[in-house]
Design a protein around this ligand. Sequence first.
Ligand code: SAM
Ligand code: SF4
Length: 460
Amino acid sequence: MSKDFIDDKKLEDILAQVKPTEEKIETIINKSLNKERLSLEETATLLQADKPEWIERIFKGAEELKNKVYGDRIVLFAPLYVGNKCINNCEYCGFKASNTEIDRCTLTIKELQAEVKAMEKKGQKRSILVYGESPDYDADFIAKTVQAVYDTREDKGEIRRVNINAAPLDVEGYKKLKEVGIGTYQIFQETYHHETYQRVHHSGPKRDFKWRVTGLDRAMEAGIDDVGIGVLFGLYDWKYEVMGLLEHTIHLEEKYNVGPHTISFPRLKEASNVSIDDKYFVNDEELKRIIAILRLAVPYTGLILTAREDAKLRREAIKLGVSQIDAGTKIEINGYSDDDDEQDINREQFVIGDSRSLDDVIYELLSDGYIPSFCTACYRLGRTGEHFMEFAIPGFIKRYCGPNALLTFKEYLEDYASEKTKDVGEKLIQEKLAEIEDEKTKEKIEAKLEEIENEKRDLY
Ligand code: SAM
Ligand code: SF4
């Protein structure tokens, strides 16, 4: 295989050579708190810091960084599965070509729009479209489905930002998606370990490690600089995989001057016709370490924690640095319009852990003092990398993100919230307003909140 930018031996060697000490850990955490991205060696030092008191220190550092940089907003979104046909045989996935037990289907544009309407009725404003890999799902098809989502509007609202999770494309393909205005293009490498990659990808185009790992380079070349990376934890050693994510980040930074907009860290879940080898199983404590270390290693990226995880773990992990979660999630095809709470393993890619409604998740976030945000202002104003803006521009959160979170949340309270969520939510908005020191800013936000009460929408 020709060389790519992931050198397994280099990453394993760094992990083997570092020797964590209390002092080193302290210096590294302080570097993150100064908003600098960590090096491979520094990240390896945090990964190898196994003593309980060191782990505690890393958790504290990550919490402090999250509060300092991102504050108390959590961005909400929901995935939408467009089609589950697939020509690959990924050992871990229910959609793999060899699985004859699942129903294969692709939403028609009419069905897709019914799904979107059902999501909009619950209050969703941001979605990620998910596709298997099939000649049917080429760039033209993906572009058409994205456009159909943007064109769908329910009474009170619409999906305002569409992200994509699909197979890697060529440069021409990405250009078509740029034209229809996608948000983030996500591709998870699954594992950065070449040997493991070959072992779990039995057949199909996805077997080509290099084509996949350079998939986001081609997106960048096509002008899409808002990209997301990820690892499917449970396939190989988690410490190595975090090093892989960082090496990928460094590669994008060095070559295109911009790192990934988001990092995802799904864990392997039970799926139709999949038997999972638990050799590299990542437990809850390890997942929390992954999140905290990623938070510190790449302070400017958004971290996404999905509903694959259960409600309890999500609640604990959010404070360590997560910036986006999905809520009210349905991953079976036609799942939102069916509105059936039962999960059916033969209709979905894997089994989810948190099947609560959007309103229930929001209620819990509020109880924990977070402001749920449906903000899409950066994307709509042509500013790519919303999390990067928050991170890089002093005062940006105070001036834009905080107020926009309040406004989009107020829309939710007016249009979709249950009584109990509305009660707690209105109180929290008042508390947040009281915290704003600048009188002029406060007045402006109050005026806009009033406009929302008077039926105006989409203010930012
Ligand atoms: N088919 C495209 C691909 O493979 O890149 C995109 C969508 S795939 C449906 C989305 C992601 O789901 C994969 O990248 C993988 O990380 C994750 N996934 C697959 N099987 C899983 C499982 N059993 N448990 C948890 N996540 C899984
Ligand atoms: Fe297909 Fe993606 Fe599932 Fe692999 S992970 S079998 S490519 S849907």
